[in-house]
Design a protein around this ligand. Structure first.
Ligand SMILES: N[C@@H](CCC(=O)N[C@@H](CS)C(=O)NCC(=O)O)C(=O)O
Length: 202
């Protein structure tokens, strides 16, 4: 299996880190959806990262679906085994995915769109949504050594830690780490795990 995309995309990174937790081997190809657009189109005309090329040549997109594929391959799930925990994990993971998406949309609006045609009310709305997501992530984060849902790490932890690192990498001035002490501590703990260290953001 080959994973395509730079690790500065949190969607790529959550796939890579999940693969490591599941013990799935993969090769990694760094290809830019912007500066290498034409080359990317030859591999996947959808030009989306993460892109995964399965060993039989089938092409997958969408990080959540790719993780489902990885779980299928490994016969394991990065999810609690009880329904209540599963629902909690879905809720927390979804919130972290929104944080990632809002930062990505801010990048498109402020880096891809020329300054003169950027729409300030849209940017303000994105920042408000981003803050709402990160505020919720902070409330989901408990003090202490427990992971977010259970004693075992699950997708909620992986996606929350990766979303937080992405937010801090791109827009720390809008989301100061000092306002989110529990998330900062949680992120430090996750980022020290070998599965995260093996997938550095750049
Ligand atoms: N929902 C998707 C989001 C992936 C995504 O938005 N990737 C961005 C880069 S971070 C991308 O491919 N952007 C190019 C585009 O949408 O045209 C997932 O979970 O994989």
């Amino acid at each position: 299996m080959q994973l395509i995309g730079f690790m500065d995309s949190p969607f790529v990174r959550r796939v890579a880190v999940s693969a490591r937790f599941l013990g799935i081997e993969y090769t990694h190809k760094e290809l830019s959806i912007f500066s290498q657009y034409d080359e990317f189109r030859q591999i996947n005309p959808l030009v989306k990262i993460p892109t995964v090329i399965c060993s039989d040549g089938r092409v997958l997109v969408e990080s959540t679906l790719i993780i489902e594929y990885l779980e299928l391959l490994s016969g394991r799930r990065l999810a609690p085994d009880h329904a209540d925990g599963r629902i909690a994990s879905l809720q927390i993971t979804g919130t972290a995915l929104v944080a990632m998406e809002k930062v990505a949309q801010l990048i498109y609006e402020t880096k891809q769109r020329p300054v003169g045609v950027q729409h300030r009310p849209w940017i303000d709305r994105l920042v408000q949504q981003l803050r709402a997501a990160v505020d919720l992530m902070e409330t989901y984060t408990a003090e202490g050594d427990r992971w977010l849902v259970d004693s075992a790490i699950c997708q909620a932890d992986i996606t929350t830690a990766i979303a937080w690192r992405f937010v801090q990498n791109v827009t720390p001035e809008k989301i100061p780490a000092t306002n989110y002490p529990k998330l900062s501590k949680f992120s430090d703990r996750a980022e020290r795990l070998p599965e995260f260290i093996a997938c550095p953001i750049m």
